[in-house]
Design a protein around this ligand. Structure first.
Ligand code: DUC
Ligand code: ZN
Ligand code: ZN
Length: 470
């Protein structure tokens, strides 16, 4: 047997095992695991390296409309490029249905933006904002069969929020079709009430963003989403969980046997609301929702990972430029936090942060790192075992990792379309030194060597019934 490439001399890590072994690759697939595999066109030396499944980031936003005059900093080319620099081989961005649009129209638009523009592989979640009879009765069931097997619903935001009745109707379709349902859980009316009150008192600086959506706003909506999903008997994923109270709602649901999963993100481990409290508009760099909380909440989110209340760790990469009137410094944003675009970049820093703060600091083990960063995403969103593991028959999607390399995070390492990183100056230990997508090297030691034609769209299976919590 001959190979296109052999990754030789490394330590392979999966969600289950860690072992010294070479990886043989042919036609974009892993075709052998073993030693003395024989000849190959290319030998990649992995001495002192970890050979990890490429990261899967199941929560990123590219090219999403974000309000009047606001432009997201990443389209598919720069977003997937940044993902590759961060050791990711698959990303799952959102396809946003705008009111009055059909899901098929929305998908056509996002496919046209992504086609030929992706450095890594891509699949779409559908954001349902207009759950008409046609959408729920006809489009969604057909699209799930076509491989669009996950949806996101919002409980807040003008133009996005669904009523409880609409949530229930959409959940019913998720149940009938077997699609995975992601929920953004914050109470819309509570946020509107608090925002109006803050503005009336003249509290309009970016730091008041956090005060406009405190923990009870998230806890209540998390509880309500879980209760509604219980009525319908459908699995759900509560995304971007920021604090103990919301995490405890998920834990309690799991203890009661409900199929409720949770996701947390780097910003909830690394940032606090103090980051929003800076001179002038600097705090706008950290405006995201839910907002970063406090040190106790960071600790709770670590516990959520350690105790496997959370099954995935995603970036929620939602990038806007800072020094830009189409971004964080939009003229309206200076008048109130209400208008500061919501979201922060993070697709390139997710894995180094979890590795350094999690594995190197002894909070989680290496196999859990792989589970949280790749394998569980693949399992939950219908890509496993093609993606998310190192096994014979899987795609050769690999992040070669130098576990000892010390790097100070600087924006120039990120290669996205934004002009800052919230983690500027953070020192991490461990860094992805090579990213391979389906057998092709995309980033080699800090140099982009892949092309934006290489990434492909991935139709997905339904998540396996009953096996909702990896
Ligand atoms: N929700 C997200 O998932 N991303 C960015 C902003 C938001 O509210
Ligand atoms: Zn959200
Ligand atoms: Zn998001």
């Amino acid at each position: 047997m001959s190979f296109d490439a052999i990754i030789r001399g490394g330590t392979v890590v999966t969600a289950a095992d860690t072992f010294a072994c070479d990886v043989g690759i042919r036609d974009g697939k892993i075709t052998a695991l073993g030693n003395d595999l024989g000849p190959a066109t290319t030998i990649i030396d992995a001495t002192d390296r970890l050979v990890l499944p490429g990261g899967i980031d199941s929560h990123v936003h590219f090219a999403q409309p974000s309000g009047d005059g606001i432009v997201m900093a990443d389209g598919f080319a720069s977003g997937t490029r940044s993902a590759a620099f961060g050791g990711n081989t698959t990303v799952l961005p959102f396809c946003l249905q705008e009111k009055g649009q059909t899901l098929r129209e929305a998908l056509k638009h996002y496919h046209s933006l992504a086609d030929g523009e992706c450095h890594v592989d891509v699949a779409f979640h559908l954001i349902v904002t207009d759950p008409t009879e046609h959408v729920l009765g006809q489009e969604l069931p057909a699209l799930v069969e076509d491989g669009y097997t996950s949806l996101k619903v919002f409980m807040t935001y003008e133009g996005l929020a669904l009523s409880d009745r609409e949530l229930l109707e959409t959940m019913s379709v998720a149940r009938e079709t077997g699609a995975m349902l992601m929920v953004h859980a914050e109470n819309f009316d509570a946020i509107r009430f608090l925002t109006d009150r803050l503005e009336r008192a003249g509290n309009t600086a970016p730091r008041f963003h956090a005060a406009s959506r405190p923990i009870p706003v998230e806890r209540e909506a998390t509880h309500r989403a879980i209760s509604l999903s219980e009525l319908v008997d459908v699995p759900i994923m509560i995304v971007h969980v920021s604090n103990r109270e919301a995490m405890d709602e998920i834990r309690r649901a799991q203890q009661r046997g409900l199929r409720v999963m949770g996701e947390t993100c780097p910003q909830y481990l690394m940032l606090t609301e103090k980051d929003l409290d800076q001179l002038n508009m600097e705090g706008a760099k950290y405006v995201c929702s839910p907002p970063p909380r406090d040190v106790a909440s960071q600790q709770a989110c670590w516990e959520g990972l350690q105790q496997k209340v959370f099954s995935v760790f995603s970036s929620d990469h939602c990038p806007f430029r800072y020094d830009d009137p189409k971004g964080k410094l939009a003229p309206k944003g200076r008048t109130s936090f209400r208008w500061v675009p919501n979201g922060i970049p993070g697709v390139a820093t997710r894995l180094p942060i979890l590795f350094s703060e999690g594995v190197v600091k002894g909070r989680i083990d290496l196999n859990s790192f792989v589970a949280f960063s790749a394998t569980n995403h693949a399992k939950i969103y219908g890509l496993y075992p093609r993606k998310g593991t190192i096994a014979v028959g899987s795609d050769a999607d690999i992040a070669l990792w130098d576990p000892k390399r010390k790097v100070t995070i600087r924006h120039e390492l990120i290669h996205d379309g934004s002009d800052y990183t919230p983690y500027e100056g953070l020192e991490v230990t461990g860094w992805p030194v090579l990213t391979m997508v389906r057998g092709k090297v995309v980033v080699d030691d800090g140099t982009l060597v892949g092309s934006k034609e290489h990434g492909t769209y991935l139709p997905r299976a339904k998540p396996p019934a009953g096996a909702t919590i990896p």
